[in-house]
Write a protein that binds this ligand. Structure first.
Ligand code: FES
Length: 54
């Protein structure tokens, strides 16, 4: 099963069979797009968490 979870104030986490396989930037400030590099913390990115089941 593949799940994409939006972390509160952070990236999308892509899970495959319960294991995180990738963290994808959704703040738009990563210097390693499409992956999160932690910059969301510096820019104060804030959104509400949600889960999308595929
Ligand atoms: S979400 Fe982490 S750098 Fe954009």
């Amino acid at each position: 099963m593949v799940k994409i979870m939006a972390r509160e104030k952070g990236p999308y986490l892509v899970e495959v069979d319960g294991q995180v396989k990738a963290a994808l930037c959704r703040c738009g400030h990563s210097s390693n797009k499409p992956f999160c590099d932690g910059t969301h913390k510096k820019v104060g990115f804030q959104v509400q968490p949600h889960v999308v089941a595929l």
